[in-house]
Design a protein around this ligand. Structure first.
Ligand SMILES: NC(=O)c1ccc[n+]([C@@H]2O[C@H](COP(=O)([O-])OP(=O)(O)OC[C@H]3O[C@@H](n4cnc5c(N)ncnc54)[C@H](OP(=O)(O)O)[C@@H]3O)[C@@H](O)[C@H]2O)c1
Length: 292
């Protein structure tokens, strides 16, 4: 939401890696992985910026390898995060400077940024810290959802734009799935004549939408379940961020079947450099980067 990156975007930054040299291969080249390396930390230490199911699955895959230490970092937003293998730490680093200091102090050999597609600040800080320290970085981000025939999507750039769209539109019963921390953005569209169904993982601290009902739930959700929910509450507008992924895609299929309009908030911009769409690609990058 309006976060202005402090860096200019550059593709494939010229990093000075600090991990073992491996022969260039097709995977590493395709993923833009820097090839030269010296100064080995044994075993290599990988920092995984988490908070997504992809990060959990990557940590799981890496836990099968003996020759790498994986530290997953969580922001600490969720009261009951899913269990994770390997080491973890919780809480912010203190901006890009704090993260750069952490990378040096912990002798981190490579970083995978698997934070959520809408975790807007952290990706730029990770980019900046890796630029400063020369630690190779990969962005792991699941592909966005794409509209299918029959969909009634309106795509907006920000949550504020979504609120404006709702305020000026005909919807009366709105299903909001953007997360509890984003709800205040919709306050301008809460005029008392519009009913809200809010679904989130943890309870909203303060609900500024009225009248409203809150459902606490963790995906994955089924199309059948979503259809029943939307029908029961006579939903006429679904509001979602374009998070992508299978776990929460069922609401879109249900909306299509029920001909419910969808307000889709587009993703924020990302820094350049190596990126992967899938956990398998990220695993290949880690193996190639660390010579595993
Ligand atoms: N935004 C979403 O829609 C969403 C949805 C599901 C899960 N999540 C997860 O929730 C976390 C926070 O999301 P957000 O939207 O608040 O992110 P954000 O706006 O990008 O980050 C805000 C601040 O939180 C800290 N932070 C974020 N991710 C961190 C991590 N993995 N480890 C340590 N510190 C982290 C950083 O603090 P410092 O500056 O002090 O280092 C960062 O500046 C992320 O890990 C993300 O993957 C976000």
């Amino acid at each position: 939401m309006g976060f202005a990156p402090r860096l200019q975007l550059r593709d494939s930054p010229g990093l000075s890696p600090v991990f073992p040299v491996t022969a260039p291969d097709a995977t590493s080249q395709a993923l833009g992985h820097p090839i030269d390396a010296t100064n080995v930390t044994k075993p290599p230490r990988l920092l995984l910026l988490g908070g997504t199911s992809e990060a959990g699955r990557l940590a799981e895959s890496l836990s099968a390898l003996d020759d790498v230490v994986v530290v997953t970092s969580l922001a600490g937003r969720t009261a009951s995060p899913a269990p994770l293998p390997g080491q973890h730490r919780t809480g912010g680093f203190g901006g890009s400077e704090g993260l750069a200091a952490y990378l040096r102090a912990e002798r981190i050999s490579a970083l995978v940024d698997a934070t959520h597609p809408f975790a807007e600040r952290m990706r730029w800080q990770a980019y900046e810290a890796c630029q400063q320290t020369g630690v190779p970085r990969l962005r792991l981000e699941r592909p966005p959802w794409q509209p299918a025939p029959g969909d009634r999507w309106t795509v907006v750039a920000t949550l504020a734009a979504a609120a404006t769209e709702i305020a000026g539109g005909p919807s009366r019963r709105v299903f909001v799935t953007t997360g509890r921390n984003e709800l205040r953005a919709f306050a301008p569209a809460s005029n008392g004549r519009r009913w809200w169904l809010v679904r989130s993982l943890d309870p909203p601290e303060r609900l500024c939408l009225r009248p409203a009902e809150v459902i606490l739930a963790r995906g994955p959700f089924s199309v059948e379940g979503e259809r029943v929910l939307m029908k029961r509450h006579r939903i006429d507008l679904l509001v979602t961020k374009n998070s992508g992924g299978a776990a929460t895609a069922a609401k879109l299929a249900a909306a299509r079947e029920l001909e419910v309009a969808v307000l889709m908030v587009d993703r924020p911009s990302s820094p350049g450099g190596p990126s992967a769409d899938t956990v398998a690609e990220a695993l290949a990058w880690v193996r190639a980067s660390l010579g595993l």
